[in-house]
Design a protein around this ligand. Structure first.
Ligand code: DGL
Length: 259
């Protein structure tokens, strides 16, 4: 049966997208794959990111996914074209939200915090060129952030120090929008809000991805209609405790799986 909404990420970060999807589509069965044993993807080559994305996709397809949400900017920007061309289900991706930031900024200076893999991708470059004309985009690689989040150290001293270091050059240039270009980063919102002046808008794409997922399911007649209680299955090939704590949903079934 092909009736599951499949989601994958390099690790626990894509659960920030799962939450938005679950809020918008509460009746859908979901299957989430956290490839935490291979995180971070952001430091890997394009070939390696593609290989892992193919592996995750085939895992989700083998278990009946009717649509796949690539809940990872790094995998989307490096692999989604290939996935769309080679597999029969619709794919939803996520990219740094340059367009909404470009529309909102008054200082004409926008910061983007993302992984090296995302910032170096041609998809990111093309999107920036298309939507950020006349705007200075200050790119900052979030080196080390994903590792700390995967280790459950969101509110640690190391995290605060890294963020302070990454935000300093952007603040010196008077950005007024900060784009979170990695699905792990919404978990940093409480710390970011402490570190950033109130007039800086933080933008992430989670809700837009959920809206797009709903629209594509509707358009393809794939919305679940049977009325049975949905299941929310999560697999990780590393630490399930961090995953569980971030999902924070009593109905989620979270297990370790060696994949
Ligand atoms: N959540 C992934 C993203 O959105 C993290 C990338 C990584 O594993 O480095 O880019």
């Amino acid at each position: 049966m092909h009736d599951i909404l499949g989601i994958f990420d390099s690790g626990v970060g894509g659960t920030s997208i799962w939450k938005e999807i679950h809020k918008m589509l509460p009746a859908e069965d979901t299957l989430y794959l956290a490839d935490s044993a291979n995180a971070p993807y952001g430091e890997k080559s394009k070939e390696e990111i593609l290989r892992l994305s193919i592996k995750n996709t085939e895992f989700l397809l083998d278990r009946g996914s009717k649509i796949i949400v690539v809940a990872c900017n790094t995998a989307t920007t490096n692999a989604i074209d290939y996935l769309r061309a080679n597999y029969h289900v619709p794919f939803i991706g996520i990219e740094p939200a340059i367009k909404p930031a470009a529309l909102q900024t008054k200082t004409k200076k926008v910061g983007v915090l993302a992984t090296k893999g995302t910032l170096s991708s041609s998809l990111f470059h093309n999107t920036s060129k298309l939507f950020a004309e006349g705007i200075t985009v200050l790119e900052q690689e979030g080196k080390g952030l994903v590792e700390l989040i995967e280790a459950g150290k969101v509110r640690s001293r190391e995290m605060r120090a890294l963020l302070e270091e990454f935000l300093r050059p952007m603040l010196a240039q008077h950005i007024d929008c900060l784009v979170l270009g990695c699905t792990h980063y919404p978990y940093l919102l409480p710390v970011l809000k402490e570190l950033l002046p109130e007039d800086i808008t933080i933008i992430d794409s989670g809700e837009a991805v959920a809206r797009q997922t709903k629209a594509v399911l509707e358009k393809n007649g794939l919305l679940r209609t049977d009325g049975d209680a949905p299941s929310f299955i999560f697999y990780s090939n590393k630490d399930v405790e961090v995953l569980k704590s971030l999902i924070d949903c009593p109905k989620a079934q979270v297990s370790y799986l060696d994949f």
